[in-house]
Ligand binder design. Structure first.
Ligand code: CTP
Length: 506
């Protein structure tokens, strides 16, 4: 880390690896080699906007290339006031694209033979030639589409107040902004803002940042420090090494739970009394949906058993949504998935390693369901209830080989003096972890936020601060990844010890 970067604290420096130098990272040996291998497959598009911090982007390009990203750079007209395209081309190893329509934007290897030449040289006026040539020309004139299709990941650095405002409102009139609008929804976009502290605090900027975060544009920084205008405050662009580390972490995160299959129940269940009335609860299903998203983002294959909720389930190729309404339907769908995975059912699929029951399953259902709506007087005090199947307890007590390696329940509690209650619930349901949320003191239902405590298999409790449901889900997913890794290590050690013993015996 250079002197400048060590003087300023990154506003979002979350872990120590973000502050590691290239040399330290290189020292990490094999795992880093593996990272480079993985990142090499990633096409990273860097969009350089017109802020003074643009002078740092050649260094940023070197950091990113060192981490194995395939790099291409687009710069705005104003960016060229602070950094030259030649310097960026040298640092990125690719021609820099600046213009929306110019053919010279395309890297050499992608340049196609101009239509006229092909036309003249081929001497064959077949319809295929005509179509192909027109298409090629079309492609060359649409650099924004070509770049948007090429990019697996996009970084805007520096991201100016103007650039972020334009992105928030969908304005596009140059190559960078047009490419951003042309990106597929699943392409992650990162932005490293850089601006005067007052500009960063301005309500218009705050609003734009909130809009972009809602659309999952991830902000890296800014950090606190001396800005180019001489003011000290929040607005300085994060150091290139921190930006590159954060991107690398994001790419690694994608592989954290690769190959893991997980079943998640989410939302409330509905237990009909008659065609109009039903028993249900206040669950919005948002925490369960956030879990599905967080696990899919980390590479897991998710089976999401959704109950009754108005929220939209996350869309991802890694998430399969199964819709249910009543507790009985949810229980059937969940157990079916797990038993077919174990080969107990005719239709065999991969085993499921993790189950999280985040659904607020109605505890009871009416004994009798009326086909026609009865008058209220005939119902008052006459609805007999039957207890529903306990999905969590059923999953946790499935036989070995069918039971997921880790089974996690949620507990909506109305008091924070809950450790004993949780321990008792964990024991009765035979689950590994219980995640408790205080639904009395916190505004949890239908809210973006949650505050949870995690009781693990050893009876330890970790209390997390109030954070978004997606952040809670991320922490749970990371913790599960760690648990599975430890389990795998333990398994290996046992096998090694067994092999050692049998060798010694012979
Ligand atoms: N759960 C379940 N099936 C049920 C009831 C609950 O799978 N029929 C799961 C929930 O998804 C949650 C956990 O059990 O993960 C705990 O739910 P909670 O309502 O707190 O527990 P209950 O068993 O209903 O106990 P009580 O209401 O008495 O606290």
């Amino acid at each position: 880390m250079n002197d400048a970067s060590s003087c300023f604290m990154s506003a979002n420096a979350k872990n120590s690896s973000q502050t590691k130098s290239l040399a330290q990272l290189a020292g990490a040996g094999k795992s880093i080699e593996k990272n480079i291998e993985k990142n090499t497959r990633k096409n990273l598009l860097l969009i350089v906007m017109g802020g003074i911090a643009a002078y740092k982007t050649p260094q940023l390009c070197r950091e990113l290339r060192w981490r194995g990203f395939n790099l291409r750079v687009v710069m705005t007209k104003n960016a060229s006031r602070f950094v030259s395209s030649e310097e960026l081309a040298r640092a990125s190893g690719q021609a820099v694209s600046e213009n929306l329509f110019a053919e010279q934007n395309l890297p050499q290897k992608l340049k196609k033979t101009p239509r006229q030449n092909t036309w003249q040289n081929s001497g064959q006026n077949t319809w295929q030639n005509t179509w192909q040539n027109t298409w090629q020309n079309h492609d060359e004139n649409m650099a924004h589409i070509e770049l948007a299709r090429w990019a697996h990941i996009v970084l805007i650095a520096p991201a100016t107040a103007n650039g972020l405002a334009r992105l928030a409102h969908g304005l596009c009139d140059d190559l960078g902004s047009t490419t951003l609008i042309a990106l597929k929804r699943e392409v992650p976009v990162f932005a490293a803002p850089a601006m005067n502290p007052q500009m960063w605090q301005n309500p218009a900027t705050r609003h734009n940042i909130a809009l972009l975060k809602e659309r999952e544009v991830k902000m890296i920084g800014p950090c606190i420090g001396l800005t180019a205008c001489g003011e000290v405050g929040l607005g300085r662009m994060s150091e290139p090494i921190e930006i590159a580390n954060e991107l690398e972490l994001a790419c690694l995160k994608e592989h954290l739970l690769e190959g893991v299959r997980i079943l998640i129940t989410a939302g409330a269940t509905i237990e009909p009394i008659d065609p109009v009335r039903y028993i249900s609860n206040k669950s919005s299903g948002r925490q369960g949906y956030a879990l599905a998203k967080a696990f899919a983002e980390r590479g897991a294959q998710v089976i999401l058993i959704a109950g009754a909720t108005l929220a939209q389930p996350p869309t991802s190729q890694r998430i399969k949504v199964i819709r249910t309404e009543s507790a009985a339907e949810m229980a059937r769908a969940s157990i079916d998935c797990l038993t077919s995975a174990s080969g107990q059912k005719a239709k065999k699929s991969e085993p499921v390693q993790v189950a999280i029951c985040a659904a607020a399953v109605a505890d009871f259902r009416p004994k009798k369901q009326f086909k026609l709506k009865p008058a209220k007087k005939t119902l008052a005090g006459k609805i007999d209830l039957l207890e529903n199947r306990d999905i969590l307890a059923e999953i946790a007590t499935l036989p070995k080989g069918v039971r997921p390696q880790i089974v996690i329940g949620f507990a909506a509690e109305t008091s924070y003096q809950i450790k004993e209650k949780l321990l008792a619930k964990q024991k009765t349901k035979k689950c590994d972890w219980l995640i408790a949320n205080d639904v009395l003191n916190d505004d949890v239902f239908n809210s973006e936020f949650n505050r949870v405590q995690i009781l693990d298999e050893k009876g330890r409790v970790e209390a997390l601060p109030r954070m978004t449901k997606l952040a809670v889900a991320g922490r749970i997913a990371d913790k599960v990844a760690e648990y599975l890794r430890d389990l795998e290590k333990l398994k290996k050690q046992k096998i090694e010890a067994k092999e050692k013993n049998s060798m010694m015996a012979t």
